[in-house]
Write a protein that binds this ligand. Structure first.
Ligand code: PEP
Ligand code: MN
Length: 263
């Protein structure tokens, strides 16, 4: 189902008034985690003004350490709903497990499955029964074939609204958190009709690489970007080092819009 051989043309995914897929450049932005209503509303104001189409923010966070901030849970979901109400931007948030699935599905416009859950097959099957579009991140050590098969799990249950997201793979380097595999973009575009976006923030792990990687992703014909932005990154409860300041995000939006226009 994921293959171009099974479908003519490209899949377009409609989220409210936003269309994701060929011919569109969709920018998703927001903090790594929802920390408070004030934090979320403040950042949402900045990213909307800069040109973001969707707002992101984790309520359930898959943290490496159990002692790190785990997210606000349902309170975070309610804040996301408020952001949508205030700004009109649809919201994207991660769904981590079965027990919280219905809750996340209720509050969020797009459900994200993170890199650590890309091969959580029971979660993928549940996502396949969802009425929401699924943003499926590439596993940090997954081949493109494995990633597309994970999308197939979702589609096989009847949900054909899948957005793929390249977010970097694990390599031996120390100059970035992961290594952005931009070659995934042309390969996926060739093999599949599904939209593919790029997350330069989790790929880089540091904000100085986010702008150049974003430009490169759009030049490579990605259908969009997902970028972490924080108004006070030094105080962020997660991923502050890779979060852009609002003025940097503003520059990013202008530059990638120009690149999209000429490509
Ligand atoms: C995220 O986008 O919030 C996230 C945790 O990303 P990843 O699953 O790619 O690490
Ligand atoms: Mn993050």
């Amino acid at each position: 189902l994921v293959s171009r051989e099974t479908k003519a043309g490209d899949t377009l995914i409609q989220v409210g008034e936003v269309t994701i897929g060929n011919g569109h450049l969709t920018i998703i932005a927001g903090p790594c985690a929802i920390e408070s209503e004030t934090q979320a509303i403040t950042i949402a104001g900045y990213v909307k003004k800069a040109g973001a189409h969707l707002f992101r923010g984790g309520a359930f966070k898959p943290r490496t350490s159990p002692y790190s901030f785990q997210g606000l849970g349902e309170e975070g979901l309610k804040i996301l709903a408020k952001v949508r109400e205030r700004t009109g931007m649809p919201v994207v948030t991660e769904v981590m497990d079965f027990p919280t699935f219905d809750q996340v599905e209720h509050y969020s416009d797009v459900l994200q499955i993170g890199t650590r859950n890309m091969q959580n097959f029971s979660l993928l099957k549940r996502a396949g029964e969802s009425y929401r579009p699924i943003l499926l991140k590439r596993g940090m050590a997954a081949t493109i074939e494995e990633w597309l098969m994970a999308a197939e799990y979702i589609m096989a249950q009847g949900n054909h609204q899948v957005i793929l997201c390249e977010r970097g793979v694990r390599t031996f380097v120390h100059h970035s958190r992961n290594t952005l595999d931009l070659s995934a973009v042309p390969v996926v575009r060739k093999e599949s009709h599904l939209p593919i976006i790029v997350d330069p923030s989790h790929a880089a792990g540091r904000r100085d690489q986010v702008l150049p990687l974003s430009r490169a992703a759009v030049a490579a014909n990605a259908h969009g970007l997902m970028v972490e932005v924080h108004h006070q990154p030094e105080k962020a409860l997660s991923d502050g080092a890779q979060s852009l300041y609002p003025d940097q995000f503003d520059i990013l939006c202008r530059q990638v819009t120009d690149i999209f226009a000429v490509s």
